[in-house]
Structures are given as C-alpha cells and as structure tokens.
Design a protein around this ligand. Structure first.
Ligand code: ADP
Length: 255
C-alpha cells in the first residue's frame, strides 16, 4: 500500500551565522526507507542541519531536496505538504491540553478534509470531527498512549512525553521524519521501546533521520551513520564502518 519513504539529498550546504561557520559544505544522501543517524560532538552543526532541512533556517549556500524536490527556502508548512515532519530536542507539547488534544491539533492542522468546513457545513464538520477523532484514537493506540489520552503531558513520565511528540509528528502522515535526540532523558527500557517504534515507523513507509548521542542506540538502530565535526562530514557509512575510523574516534575524544 505504501512506498518505502522519501529520499533526502543534501548538497554542499553551508551556513554562516555572522562570522561563525556552523556548516561548511555538508553533503549527504539518504535513501528511501533508511534509518540514518547523524552524530558528532556538541556544536558540530547537527541541529543547524535539521533546522535548515525543516525550513527554520535559510542556507548560506547549497540545497536540500526531498524526492528530488528542493526544500531549502520553503516554509515549514510547505514542507509538511512535501511529506516532512520533525521533533525537537526540547519537547514542544501543549501542556494545558490533554494528550488526545495534542494529537487532534496536529491532525487538524494537516487535515485534508478541512475544506469540508466551508463547503458542506454542517455535515462536513460532523464528518470531519468523526474522522479526526478516529485517526487520533488510532495514533494513540499505535504509540501506546491510549491509557494517557486524558492526561496533561507534563504530568506523564518523560518517556511517554517523547512518544507523544513522535505520535504528533506522525499525525501529518510524513514520508520523511527527522528526530532530534529522541533518546535524550530516556531510561534503558524506554530506549528499547523507542528503538521498536522507530523501526515500525520505517516499516510503515517512512525514511527516518535522527540526531542521537546514545551510541548504543545508533549502532543497533541505524542503517548508516553520518558523522559531523566542526561543521563538516568526517565520516559516512554503516555503524560498524564509522566506529573504527580514526578521525571519528579523535573527534569524540576531543569532545
Ligand atoms: P550541534 O547540534 O551539533 O550541537 P548546532 O547546530 O547546535 O550543533 O551548532 C553549531 C554551531 O552553530 C555552534 O557553534 C552554535 O553556537 C552555532 N549556532 C547554531 N544556531 C545558531 C544561531 N541561531 N545563531 C548563532 N549561532 C548559532
């Protein structure tokens, strides 16, 4: 029913903040259906790269494309229509809403049936509401959140909040998902659950790119890894390949 996911091609991206060179000609190529890790010491440019691909920052030079369509220079909502979704390192959940409403808001924003509201009101509104609620319940179930549907996100364990953040990103039906440090703050058991969730997302037809500091997770989960240091790519390959590269070991020793 679904394709393997989107491709992501990053070509020669540089990003300067005034005098600071955060990225210097970064290129990487992610295949459809891949789980790609992006690793590197603090300040190596990982988040800047995500912010560029997701339309938050402009580029100084270079470009990125998803399925051959240039995404650099577009607004975040346009990127969502091209199949891109992301999570943030610092959770961005609505704390005054329930878990279910957090999902409903995300679904509503990306709803293709929103047009019903104007053309066939009130039949459309009822129908849309019903469809959105059904899809929200589906997402809650898929990410193990049903039991917490009525809770405020802030009252829940951190691991559950992270799952909600992923479920919310998945509400737009993406084909490329960017995860910014999804394992940060998780305990060992939660990291295991996260790993299964990411695999099932990939298996459902979504390419996944994740920034991650948990090397155990990167080694076991990622098909390939791109290593950044000082704003440039210093290694790219399977986890086993990059782990033994001297320049990678050196970059981490200096961290
Ligand atoms: P990482 O995610 O690998 O830790 P970042 O992409 O956050 O690295 O940062 C790379 C470099 O770019 C750092 O030196 C950081 O201070 C700088 N930087 C990131 N965002 C901005 C910004 N909005 N303004 C100025 N400098 C920034």
């Amino acid at each position: 029913e679904h394709g393997p996911g989107s491709s992501l091609e990053i070509s020669g991206i540089s990003k300067h903040f005034r005098g600071l060179k955060a990225l210097t000609g970064v290129s990487m190529s992610v295949s459809p259906g891949e789980i790609r890790g992006v690793v590197g010491p603090n300040g190596s440019g990982k988040t800047t790269l995500f912010n560029i691909v997701s339309g938050i920052y402009s580029v100084s030079s270079g470009s990125a494309s998803v399925d051959g369509r240039v995404v650099t220079g577009r607004r975040p909502h346009q990127l969502s229509r091209l199949g891109l979704a992301r999570t943030f390192q610092n959770l961005r959940l609505f704390d005054r809403m329930t878990v279910r409403d957090n999902i409903l808001v995300a679904l509503d924003r990306s709803s293709m049936v929103a047009v019903w509201r104007y053309v066939l009101w009130p039949i459309g509104v009822l129908r849309e509401e019903r469809e959105l609620r059904a899809r929200a319940d589906e997402l809650l179930a898929r990410y193990g959140l049903t039991d917490f549907a009525g809770a405020a996100p802030g009252s829940l364990p951190y691991g559950i909040q992270r799952r909600l953040e992923i479920a919310r990103a998945m509400a737009s039906g993406p084909t490329l998902l960017l995860l910014d440090e999804p394992a940060a703050g998780l305990n060992g058991q939660e990291v295991g659950q996260l790993s299964e969730i990411v695999r099932s997302i990939r298996d459902s037809g979504v390419t996944v790119v994740l920034i991650e500091h948990n090397m155990g997770l990167v080694m076991s989960l990622c098909d390939r890894v791109t290593v950044l240091a000082g704003g440039g790519v210093i290694a790219d390959g399977t986890p086993a390949e990059v782990a033994v590269r001297p320049e990678v070991i050196e970059a981490y020793l200096g961290d």
